[in-house]
Write a protein that binds this ligand. Structure first.
Ligand code: SF4
Ligand code: SF4
Length: 368
């Protein structure tokens, strides 16, 4: 008997209108029709090709042949015989990571170092891998080096900094800063006089983005763009099992409040008198961690649901589940899985109420 199966790292996600096959090893996805997704499911259940052909008339058989040809040509699967098929196993789709917290967001307040200092002075930092540090105001070069000193002395693994442009931030300075600051992976410079992206390459050891966009609050976060839909095994399996933004994330907002993300109102204490340990063992704090896109309205029918990052901070505010969790579609997503089309989310009249609720009118004016 002859069989055809997709490789174990090539995963199909079916949406309402179409499906996506994602190669988690090489990090790319292809759209496929839902009918092809159904055929892949049959073939992957060790169903012999000839027996499958017998179920269809000539025209449909030709279509199935084209599907297999497509999958083979894109290196998404291969033929097997009776002997080989026994060696095939499914990819492990569970997700686990040793740390209690993998991501932290810190918004700088009036004193730009207060929240950062209070955070790094906590005894148990081993649990945290990546930090996103946000400065709405600019810093001097000396202050930026002070940030470097604090972070280099901590057990944090990597840091991404969002900071307001200052005149000394030329490419030469940034190249040197990135070279000296080994934990820095990305510098996003807002309110810059120009737009420019410089990616990690050769002597540039960080990604740098200069953007004319002004950022003076957290409302810029949460945009859903297809450009950000990268795939790999950890990202995909985490999204399959947990919330793709909030799982193992903690944030300290500009006022020192400890929360899931600075866009979410609920505070679990203040960094001046509450330890992060106290917060991460609070069951209520983790209430969104297990909410996958399979339970979020609209997203549950979307083929991008395991490769797109969720947002619970800004949603359409249309649905709540029995446990009081907001299960509405992310506000800043313009994709419609029922038509397969993208549109500008900011001009969608159905989102007006939520836009007003979040007081995003200024942000929308800037975008448009
Ligand atoms: S509807 Fe938008 S937010 Fe939801 S999964 Fe699809 S692309 Fe992502
Ligand atoms: S929940 Fe939304 S606003 Fe909060 S960090 Fe995630 S993407 Fe950003």
């Amino acid at each position: 008997m002859k069989y055809f199966k997709t490789y174990e790292n090539c995963i199909v996600t079916s949406g309402y209108k179409r499906s996506l096959i994602s190669d988690l090893q090489f990090g790319y996805s292809e759209f496929i029709p839902n009918s092809m997704a159904e055929i892949i499911k049959r073939l992957n259940s060790n169903f012999p090709i000839d027996l499958l052909y017998e179920e269809f008339d000539n025209d449909d058989r030709e279509i199935i042949k084209e599907y297999i040809l497509f999958l083979e040509s894109k290196s998404l699967g291969q033929y097997y015989d009776d002997h080989d098929i026994l060696r095939f196993s499914e990819m492990e789709k569970s997700f686990s990571s040793p740390e209690d917290i993998s991501n932290i967001i810190i918004e700088a307040g009036i004193d730009p170092f207060l929240n950062l200092n209070r955070f790094v002075s906590q005894e148990n930092l081993i649990f945290c891998k990546n930090l996103c540090l946000i400065f709405y105001e600019n810093l001097t070069a000396e202050e930026l080096y002070q940030v470097k000193k604090i972070i280099e002395a901590s057990s944090l693994y990597s840091v991404e900094i969002i900071i307001k442009y200052n005149h000394f931030m030329n490419e030469e300075f940034i190249k040197m800063f990135g070279f000296e600051f080994s934990k820095l992976t990305k510098l996003y410079i807002h309110s810059a006089p120009f737009n420019k992206e410089i990616f990690w390459e050769g002597n540039n050891l960080i990604d740098t983005i200069f953007s004319k966009k002004k950022i003076n609050n957290f409302k810029s976060c949460g945009s859903v763009k297809s450009l950000d839909f990268g795939v790999n095994i950890p990202k995909f399996t985490e999204a399959l099992n947990y919330n793709s933004c909030l799982h193992k994330k903690i944030a300290i907002d500009k006022d020192g409040n400890i929360c899931n993300c600075p866009a979410m109102n609920k505070s679990y204490g203040n960094i001046k008198d509450t330890t992060l340990d106290e917060v991460i063992f609070d069951v209520d704090f983790k209430k969104y961690w297990n909410l996958t896109k399979d339970y979020i309205e609209v997203c549950k029918d979307c083929e991008f649901r395991y490769i797109c990052t969720d947002c619970r901070g800004y949603t359409e505010r249309t649905h709540t589940n029995g446990n009081g969790l907001d299960i509405s579609k992310p506000l800043k997503c313009g994709y419609n899985p029922y038509t397969g089309e993208w549109e500008d989310w900011s001009t969608n009249s159905l989102k007006e109420k939520a836009i007003k609720y979040y007081e995003m009118q200024d942000l929308i004016r800037e975008i448009n």
